[in-house]
Design a binder for this molecule. Sequence first.
Ligand SMILES: [Zn+2]
Length: 201
Amino acid sequence: MSKTPDAFARLTDALKVLPNVGPKSAQRMAFHLLQHKRAEARELADALEHALKQVRHCRLCNTFTEHELCAVCADENRDPRRLMIVHMPADVAGMEAANCHDGLYFVLMGQVNPAQGIDLNGIALDRLTERLQNSDFDEIVIATNFTAEGYATAYVLAELLKPLPCKVSRLSRGIPLGGELEYVDAGTLAQAVYERRQVKD
Ligand SMILES: [Zn+2]
């Protein structure tokens, strides 16, 4: 039996870094790229290298950007007194598409996983704390998912925001239980923002 070439094994190993990709899927992907999609694989490698060089975190909201500030933070027409805290860049895109928030964002870049204990390393709490220290918000909207992870994250955020002299609100429950904002349609999302409920004065 021939040994798997080292380069193939290395690629398979590297692909296992992707979410939900185990050894078998990684092997299938590596085979597919090397056997059928060599030009596309080159493009994938180039795009990955380029993105790693170019993409960084916005100085204010922590989302991905190629500049010091993302387009939202750099937009002077946004309301600087309202902050919405979301999990992921995709949630910002969803809110923008739903056209229901004209303030600023903070992107946690993850969520707390209650199954692994309340591990706070998954979210950018340090950066959020820093952001809150340097600003003066009237209202902060917690816009986390309606999942176990989203609830756990919202709880941590509510505790963090308690001492602040501003209103804190959460999205209304128009979103189905277990719902991830990323997959909620624009109308439902907008309604959840408009009907948000205040959790702290
Ligand atoms: Zn930004």
